[in-house]
Design a protein around this ligand. Structure first.
Ligand code: MLT
Length: 411
């Protein structure tokens, strides 16, 4: 009989969002008349921008004619898309990139998981707590960890608690770690990192030959001008950081699927015999073997996000979601609930009323207010007593959800 990958058996629970979906379905089946408002998973609800949709259609039409037909594309993505991203999204930040450093993908979730292929299992990995569960679970799946303890911490991972006590800012490790996951603006807490904070991480990584895996999936939601959108805005980051970006939340591509990874050419690691080797070359080798690129119409649609017509339309939708974030943050704060985030991120991270457990609050909110959120403890031990609400809903629904919570818990 073939042996299974036993590492999967170390995982503590099912993936968070399907578990939430299961509970919501059970509730809805039992209460078909309840109008459930979903502010749980960060899934977009607004349609694609008209210019994006037009380009998407044109991309499909191109496939209908032999002279514009496209088969396999480059595994790294089409150069024209990489160049638009460089010109429109990185150059304005003062960041210069080469096309060979941009890898178009089918989304950040896969990228954050797949990147582990090019790192040795012996690397010490540092992860924030609470955290986007993919970083943690994929390290377990690949066999980097031992078993989980009572708090859900896996042996071998360096966890960095982020709570109200440290302003949701992880402490720079005192010991040497090799790989550090950072997500800014943060999912789930909505916290941001200033340039000074990112500089401290870059300094640490360079001093310790570590690599930062910087997840910038929510950079488009930054509203405060001083907050960096890319880790490469910090000097020295090209030598120590890989950055992930996504069209999912930025442009409503959660169902369309498109993201990107930046792997600078200066970024190197060491081989078993102590020689230096390029991570860019490794990632290129990985992608050309395991990935066949993102479909042509999707890349056409992604390019239109940054077109003169598309970007203002895309921004309008981002602003719509951020207006929802304000409604949630201000509404709940006025009701006496402590809220964080929601200023530079589409997530509001709140303290559960009377600090009841995150899952108890989830169940109460679902059963008594018919509102779905995400329990903070689902993102890690330090998320216990917190709760995440997503701003990706319809404005009227968001207003109704806030009113229901105020009516129930308002002081
Ligand atoms: C979330 O709700 O945290 C995200 O939508 C999950 C994801 O992007 O995979």
């Amino acid at each position: 009989m073939a042996r299974i990958n036993d590492s999967y058996l170390k995982l503590q629970a099912g993936y968070l969002f399907p578990e939430i979906g299961r509970r919501v379905k059970a509730f809805s089946d039992a209460n078909p008349e309840a109008k459930v408002i979903r502010l749980g998973i960060g899934d977009v609800t607004r349609p694609l921008a008209p210019a994006v949709l037009k380009a998407f259609h044109e991309g499909v039409d191109d496939l209908a004619k032999s002279d514009t037909f496209h088969g396999y594309g480059p595994e790294q993505g089409y150069d024209w898309l990489s160049q638009i991203i460089i010109d429109k999204s990185y150059k304005p930040l003062g960041v210069d990139l080469k096309i060979s450093e941009v890898f178009i993908s089918d989304g950040s979730k896969c990228d954050c998981a797949n990147i582990l292929d090019i790192f040795d299992l012996g690397n010490k990995v540092a992860i924030c707590d609470p955290v986007y569960p993919v970083y943690n679970d994929t390290n377990v799946m690949i066999g980097r960890t031992g078993a989980a303890n009572q708090q859900g911490y896996y042996e071998g991972i360096h966890y960095m608690p982020c709570t109200g006590a440290n302003d949701f800012t992880p402490e720079i490790p005192k010991e040497k770690v090799d790989v550090i996951y950072l997500c800014y603006p943060n999912n789930p807490t909505g916290a941001v990192a200033t340039r000074e904070v990112l500089k401290q991480w870059v300094d640490y990584a360079r001093a310790n030959d570590a690599v930062i895996l910087f997840d910038a999936a929510y950079e488009a939601f930054i509203t405060e001008p001083a907050i960096p959108h890319s880790i490469y805005e910090v000097e020295g980051a090209r030598e120590c950081a890989i950055e992930f970006r996504s069209f999912s939340k930025t442009a409503g591509f959660t169902g369309v699927r498109c993201g990107l990874v930046i792997v600078p050419e200066e970024l190197t690691g060491t081989t078993a015999d102590g020689k230096s080797y390029s991570f860019n070359k490794l990632w290129n080798r990985r992608q050309t073997t395991k990935f066949n690129g993102v479909s042509y119409p999707v890349q056409k649609a992604a390019a239109a996000v940054y077109s003169d017509e598309g970007w203002p339309q895309v921004r309008e939708t981002i602003d719509y979601y951020m207006a929802n974030a304000r409604i949630i943050r201000e509404g709940l704060t006025a009701a006496g609930i402590s809220c964080y985030g929601g200023v530079n991120a589409p997530y509001i991270w709140l303290e559960t009323p009377d600090r009841i457990s995150s899952w108890d609050f989830f169940d109460k909110l679902l059963n008594e207010c018919h509102v779905v959120g995400t329990p903070g403890s689902g993102f890690g031990h330090s998320g216990e007593g917190y709760f995440r609400l997503s701003a990706f809903g319809d404005k009227k629904n968001v207003e109704t959800a806030v009113q229901r919570i105020k009516d129930k818990w308002g002081k």
